[in-house]
Design a protein around this ligand. Structure first.
Ligand SMILES: C[S@@+](CC[C@H](N)C(=O)[O-])C[C@H]1O[C@@H](n2cnc3c(N)ncnc32)[C@H](O)[C@@H]1O
Length: 157
């Protein structure tokens, strides 16, 4: 019953893109960041890295055309068939949920103090990258994950 309710909750949240308990704040030297408005337990889903599914090559082309070659709003991953893919979230909002805040694209990087990690799920035959908490998270903590890129251009925290 617990597993069924977990998946039905995730399905409804992915469909609606109305993630709860999150807010956006400015963070010195990082731009915007995503913060918690409630406690999350270890293993909870916080939100999706929602965007347009493109090939790795297309993602790299978007990256190369960005003004300062900064990682920007792209997430590279391998799908279940081991193909290199990318979620392109460079648009502020998506066409499928024009009124929703896409929190996933606003989460900052940390390798040493990551408190969430991305994980691949399949929903309606579509790849869905969900962020899962690595530990209990208190109210007003910034969410951070390890972008997994070798040379980040800012001090890694
Ligand atoms: C996925 S976006 C995160 C949201 C971004 N801060 C914003 O305001 O849109 C990735 C960008 O955020 C910034 N960023 C992410 N993690 C950072 C960090 N640890 N220190 C400084 N800047 C960071 C970089 O500009 C990076 O290209």
């Amino acid at each position: 019953i617990y597993i069924f309710s977990f998946f039905s909750f995730v399905r409804s949240m992915v469909t609606a893109q109305r993630w709860k308990g999150l807010t956006i704040k400015d963070v010195p030297e990082k731009g915007r960041g995503v913060f918690t408005k409630r406690r999350f337990e270890q293993g909870e889903v916080v939100c999706e890295y929602h965007g347009r599914l493109v090939s790795r090559e297309e993602g790299l082309a978007i990256h190369a055309s960005s003004p300062d070659m900064n990682p920007g709003h792209l997430l590279f991953y391998k799908n279940k068939r081991n193909e290199a893919m990318c979620i392109d979230a460079h648009e502020e909002s998506c066409q499928c949920h024009p009124l929703s805040i896409i929190y996933g694209r606003l989460i900052n990087h940390s390798s040493k103090r990551a408190n969430i990690r991305p994980r691949l799920f399949i929903h309606n035959d579509r790849d869905v990258i969900l962020f899962i908490t690595l530990r209990d998270i208190l109210v007003n903590e910034e969410l951070r994950y390890d972008y997994g890129i070798p040379h980040v251009p800012w001090p890694t925290l």
